[in-house]
Design a protein around this ligand. Structure first.
Ligand code: ZN
Length: 139
């Protein structure tokens, strides 16, 4: 018997529910399937606004709370990220130490603002799609 890399799944009434592919078959068609279906909705976690409020409450930097965010990757920018509707930058993290992270909604870059006593440092990391080969490798 030849192993069939494609298994069609039916329910009791004979309705097609979906298709199961072998790993080998999936790797062959993965790119074209993903391209044909378009981007998949990313699971969005709610913005950690509580953490942000906490940081603002305990703000002990010698300058006022800064609300501007800029992405050097795609050129997006805002004067006040919390007032944008829809968001240009989504808050993804805020720590009492002064680390505030955003996801640029335009190009999905990660924008991190590091607050120091004397200055604010912004770091932008371009979005990288997950590469399976990289994930399998040990650090
Ligand atoms: Zn961007």
């Amino acid at each position: 018997m030849v192993f069939d890399p494609i298994t069609e799944l039916y329910d009791k009434s004979g309705e097609l529910l979906g298709v199961q592919l072998s790993a080998e078959a999936w790797l062959k068609v993965r790119e074209s399937v993903l391209a044909a279906l378009g981007p998949r909705p990313e699971e969005e976690r709610p913005e950690p606004l509580g953490d942000w409020e906490l940081l603002k409450q305990y703000w002990d930097f010698p300058y006022p709370v800064d609300m501007d965010v800029a992405c050097s990757e795609c050129g997006a920018g805002t004067e006040d990220w919390s007032k944008d509707e829809p968001r240009k930058f989504r808050l993804t993290g805020a720590s009492l130490g002064g680390l505030v992270a955003f996801r640029c909604q335009g190009c999905r870059s990660k924008v991190v603002k590091k607050h120091f006593k004397s200055h604010i440092k912004t770091e932008v990391t371009p979005f990288q799609d997950k590469v399976p080969a990289k994930e399998a490798r040990y650090k």
